[in-house]
Design a protein around this ligand. Structure first.
Ligand code: URA
Length: 254
């Protein structure tokens, strides 16, 4: 693949801009400066730098972000900054065109913190977010009032939310402190945790009340600071594809 096309595919600008970056000597490949935009390389896994910033070629982007409070998961946020501003420009611009860049796999409320996946692979986004695949998502909840066993039982048995007569139930739920719960859901309705907690007569604490700690087999790494992101590893991807397959009883989709 030509170097200018590699840069273009990774979100470094139009083909013309990418050719210019190479010609002006802003690009090194495997540590060696390269000024020929048409020079061909095996793209997969290629390490290069653009204006001194190290990069690696990824045919598709799969990332995790430790979402901080006070960010909206929308490309066009109404009140708070967008989570997309936490990502480097090339990741936001991958692919060019109207649907450029990565998209969040589902959304977290602006005040919710924790694990968020992003990708530019539509099939992956669908597989991870579709209620059909029942990928479990684990939330750590801090409630305003003490949590009792009756509330836990109701969350497990199922509560009716105002937009659907069918009860929604937690796949798992346990008290982890006087006002704390660990709650596992396999679907993602609007404000689902907050509405389920309200339906059992309690309320999620306004500040620091909701944190997503896990999606399927993937836990938010202790070392990934709030606001930071990282690429998913091949191991992460294999294990999360395994989760999606195991819960639907099928083979991991490619
Ligand atoms: N449920 C909620 O109520 N909010 C979130 O952000 C995620 C799940």
């Amino acid at each position: 693949m030509q170097l200018q096309d590699i840069l273009f595919s990774q979100g470094f600008g139009t083909r013309r801009v990418c050719a210019g970056l190479v010609q002006q000597g802003f690009v090194t490949v495997a540590g060696v400066p390269c000024t020929d935009p048409a020079m061909a390389f095996a793209a997969e896994g290629l390490h290069f730098t653009v204006q001194g910033v190290a990069w690696q070629y990824h045919a598709k982007a799969y990332l995790m972000l430790h979402k901080p409070a006070g960010y909206e998961c929308s490309q066009k946020p109404s009140t708070y900054p967008s989570i997309y501003t936490l990502l480097p420009a090339p990741i936001r611009q991958r692919g060019g065109g109207a649907a450029a860049g990565v998209q969040a796999v589902g959304r977290l409320d602006q005040d919710t913190t924790g694990l968020l996946l992003l990708s530019d692979d539509g099939k992956f986004i669908h597989r991870m977010s579709s209620p059909k695949h029942h990928v479990p998502k684990v939330y750590q909840v801090t409630a305003k009032h003490p949590v009792d066993e009756a509330q836990v039982s109701k969350l497990l048995a199922g509560v009716v939310l105002d937009d659907d007569p069918r009860p929604v139930r937690a796949a798992a739920c346990e008290r982890t402190g006087e006002c704390q719960l660990s709650l596992t859901l396999t679907e993602g309705k609007y404000h689902q945790v907050k509405r389920m907690i309200a339906a059992v007569g309690n309320r999620v604490e306004d500040v620091g009340g909701l944190h997503r700690s896990r999606i399927g087999s993937l836990a938010l790494p202790a070392g990934l600071k709030s606001g930071d992101w990282r690429w998913l590893t091949a191991h992460d991807l294999a294990s999360i594809a395994g989760t999606a397959a195991a819960v639907t009883g099928g083979a991991a989709p490619g």
